[in-house]
Design a protein around this ligand. Structure first.
Ligand code: MN3
Length: 206
């Protein structure tokens, strides 16, 4: 039994239909997320105890402290473990729409208005080469929310950024329903965004 276990889904696999199909959600959770979890545990078993005893969020934010032999595996699988648990929770059935409150004000301050943010997020995430994620992050240095594309499973935390909203654009996230049409998946994904969760994350970092 490793340190980390696969988090439970906060809703049923078919709850995000028709935007994200049940089969994709089931494979994504039970196969992909499970594999990141298992491989994170395996990589940590080969790390010194001072690494093993830290929380994965602290490990990711100080990834250079992981011994070089394990750093790649911890970065990839630790990022995959954390990114996906954020992803499940930053979606919900009957989501979408526009945020309110402080996160809405922060988005307008950084991007001009919500429509401009949505356009920037969608168009930039659509053209990520290969596999990766589009993120709305909080930058503690600038004290602003920003857009950030990340390759593979690299966590925004490894750059000192706090992830607020992530869109997984690995093909495994959409290929069964959307095939090569990543922009169509992203357009549909906005309908399941859980803005309450994004606002909740933002409230903790300010
Ligand atoms: Mn994924």
């Amino acid at each position: 039994m490793g340190k980390y276990t696969l988090p439970e889904m906060p809703y049923a696999y078919d709850a995000l239909e028709p935007h994200i199909d049940a089969r994709t959600m089931e494979i994504h959770h039970t196969k992909h997320h499970q594999t990141y979890t298992d491989k994170l545990n395996a990589a940590l078993e080969n790390c010194p105890s001072e690494i093993q005893n830290k929380d994965i969020l602290d490990i990711l934010s100080e990834i250079s402290k992981v011994p070089e032999a394990q750093r790649g595996a911890v970065n990839f699988n630790g990022g995959g473990f954390d990114n996906h648990r954020l992803f499940w929770n930053n979606m919900k059935p009957n989501g979408g729409g526009e945020p309110g409150g402080a996160i809405a004000d922060a988005i307008s301050a950084s991007f001009g208005n919500f429509a401009a943010f949505k356009e920037k997020f969608s168009s930039t995430t659509a053209v990520i080469q290969g596999s990766g994620w589009g993120w709305l992050v909080y930058n503690p240095t600038s004290k602003k929310v920003e857009y950030k594309s990340m390759p593979n499973q690299d966590s925004p935390r490894t750059l000192g950024l706090i992830p607020l909203l992530g869109c997984d654009v690995w093909e495994h996230a959409y290929y069964l329903k959307y095939q090569n049409k990543r922009p169509d998946y992203i357009t549909s994904w906005w309908n399941v965004v859980n803005w309450d969760e994004v606002e909740n994350r933002f409230s903790k970092v300010k």
